[in-house]
Write a protein that binds this ligand. Structure first.
Ligand SMILES: *Cc1c(COP(=O)(O)O)cnc(C)c1O
Length: 285
């Protein structure tokens, strides 16, 4: 694959570079594309089915669906039970993933953990199980390719930035690119929770800098200041996702002042349904 390009934007009078991993594909984008790399290069005939589970608006869910369509693999995705209105929505990641062929199976809340825990014991050799959020053991392979692209593109910066869910992306980038500072911020849980998640994967290197969010945000909830940041970035010429990027941009604009290469992590396809939630809360007209 040819390396994704690097664009430049101006936010609050500051220039930032953006690594355009959002341009890889409409649905298979950003760090999910990088993490799924080992499966993407697996011969189609190695598997006939992929199983995964998690939230109904997950970017990983949608990226896996796009991958399965491309590879000709059946895709089964388990979630907790959802309402009829949610199920019948014709916008958002769940809708898009189903359009791409995903088979959605709902499990009653009380049985969810048990069913998920048992998935691993009922696999045949043609079925591959992907843990929540696209967490696959060899995710580092794809992130190493991203690191190599950045190294070869030689952007004129000393720092990179990417928001964290599990922290896999930020941690592996920091490990692969010790010559850069890698800024991140937790979008799920707080700084300590993120450090704990990351520490389970590897020791935290010194060049990884975790910025503390200005206030306690709940994951994937609408916040007026996030909407402002979203609009600001959009008018700079690039659309970013409303869930992860907003917290990261807020930290970068308030807590840093050097030139930074922002790694676009995709996820823009979920914005339509997030914007609808902003409208329902009357935060957007
Ligand atoms: C999944 C995702 C993240 C978080 O990635 P981790 O590797 O889990 O930290 C960040 N941004 C977007 C847009 C995502 O879809």
């Amino acid at each position: 694959m040819t390396p994704t390009p690097i664009s430049s934007i101006v936010l609050e009078g500051r220039e930032f570079f953006v690594k355009r991993d959002d341009l890889v594909d409409k649905y298979l984008t950003g760090n999910k594309f990088r993490k799924l790399h080992p499966l993407l290069v697996t011969p189609n005939k190695a598997f006939d089915k992929i199983i995964s589970y998690g939230g109904t608006q997950s970017n990983a869910m949608l990226s896996i669906s796009a991958m399965c369509k491309q590879k000709g693999w059946e895709y089964i995705y388990y979630t907790k039970e959802i309402s009829k209105t949610q199920e019948e929505k014709n916008i958002g990641n769940l809708y898009l993933a189903k359009m791409l062929g995903m088979n959605h199976i709902q499990i009653p809340h009380t049985k969810y953990r048990t069913v998920i825990n048992e998935l691993q014991f009922n696999l045949d050799e043609k079925t591959f199980l992907i843990d929540q959020g696209g967490a696959i053991v060899d995710a580092k392979e794809g992130l190493d390719i991203l690191a190599e692209e950045i190294r070869e593109q030689r952007p004129n910066v000393k720092a990179l930035a990417t928001p964290s869910g599990t922290g896999t992306t930020a941690l592996f980038l920091a490990l692969s690119l010790p010559e850069y500072i890698v800024y991140t911020t937790p979008c799920v849980g707080d700084v300590n929770y993120l450090k704990k998640q990351m520490s389970a994967l590897a020791n935290l290197p010194d060049n990884l800098v975790i910025l503390k969010p200005k206030k306690k945000y709940h994951f994937a909830k609408p916040y007026p200041n996030f909407l402002d940041i979203y609009k600001k970035t959009l008018s700079s010429g690039i659309e970013f996702d409303l869930i992860y990027s907003t917290g990261m941009w807020e930290c970068l604009l308030e807590q840093t002042n050097e030139k930074i290469l922002y790694i676009h992590s995709g996820g823009v396809s979920g914005n339509e349904s997030m914007l609808e939630r902003y409208k329902n809360k009357r935060l957007l007209v």
